[in-house]
Design a protein around this ligand. Sequence first.
Ligand code: 4AD
Ligand code: MG
Length: 480
Amino acid sequence: NKRVKIKDLLSDDFLDKQVDIMGWVRTKRSNKNVSFIAMNDGSTIKNFQVVADPNQIEDETLRRATTGACLKISGKIVASQGAGQQAELLAEKIEVLGDADPEKYPLQPKKHSLEFLREIAHLRVRTNTFGAVFRVRHALAYAVHKYFNDKGFFYIHTPIITASDAEGAGETFKVTTLDLKNPPLDDQGNIDYKQDFFERETNLTVSGQLEGELAAMGLAEIYTFGPTFRAENSNTTRHLAEFWMIEPEMAFYDAEDNQDLAEDFLKYIISYALENCQDDLEFLDKRAQEEESNKKAEQRAEMGLLERLRFVVDNKFERLTYTEAIDVLKNSNPNKKKKFQYLIEEWGADLQSEHERYLVEKHFKKPVILTDYPKDIKAFYMRQNDDGKTVAAMDILFPGIGEIIGGSQREERLDKLTQRMEEMDIPQEEMWWYLDTRRFGSTPHAGFGLGFERMVLFVTGMGNIRDVIAFPRTPGNAEF
Ligand code: 4AD
Ligand code: MG
């Protein structure tokens, strides 16, 4: 296989060399004397121009080289006559690896709506936009591993099937092998999960954190990067039922160390994409500009995509407590305009996405780290502050995205933890293994979770989380 990738053809000198390329036809323009075929092989957003002389290549083959067809083309790299590209491939032989009947192939060389492309998610990776998104997604995933590896963190694989609900929100997908039409029943007439595969009730994990904490109590600094599942019925542009989460967990870190790490980490992976995905990000920047120009002037983002990414990397995030944020929100609506009537009146309520967006996009105009939330709106494992009302939580809010990270310093004191679990009705017997970490060699520790797709959304400038994962799982959608 002498296949040369288009990315390499464009970056190295192949002039006068004999090569094979393989890829998909994006467009073909023909006249009597010559055909120009724009080929894409996924290695780069850029197409490579192939020149086919009808005296050299059979008519039938050229006829079959339609948009979407897969071709192997052998020939010589020559200097390009036209503008735009330095070199082009003079075809000596074209082999049609797979036809794409133009009457039936859904992806024609025109602009398709993202909604339409979502319905053909099995083919959309062949478009410029999705090629770019998935290459950037890949680069970000790589940057995540590189960041933590360079810092000496260990990658832990936490289980997908579990018996716990770390966040305690009750939004789990059940896992069972029982025949639920005719389940075995116990003495009380309830489904007898003792007879299930794991001899207990199980579900898909909502977070790898609890197991991550166990690992950090021996390896000190670890991270997870895996799929997590939430059966929350939220049909929004920011929620998936199956999403990937990165969860570092660090022994000996306090809340501030946690914030410092999170900020440094976010800046690192964004910089990595800026440095390594230039072509794709330039393309996505233009795409985002087009989208913006369709919006009403007052709804347009103040910065372009690349500008926004650089801004986040270059500026310190704003840090403030929940209580301070409530004051900002209260003062944001001095005239009590109707639009903001529902703004926090009362300390203790959870922030809605409108509030988060106000803080990030209108007030501070930069990423915000919000800390020390009321304990009643946060999970049981967060460390209680001395005021008795708040916990050492942190959420990081990003422009255009809202919450991108949730994390906290953990409650390492056994008595405080069990007391909180009691208050929140969390069965301690079932969590004996978790409590053991506080019984034996406990130490202050902290961690956070980054929603990977929300990060990909931010970096690609796409508007809907369904468009940054290859096969989105959302309410009603699990076809392919
Ligand atoms: O804030 P969350 O629920 O925090 C946790 O799961 C903690 N156990 C993390 C930790 O401390 N180790 O979720 C973390 C992040 C959110 O900030 C958000 O970015 C993302 O996960 N997220 C989702 N992303 C897509 N779809 C959903 N349904 C999401 N739910 C949360
Ligand atoms: Mg959260």
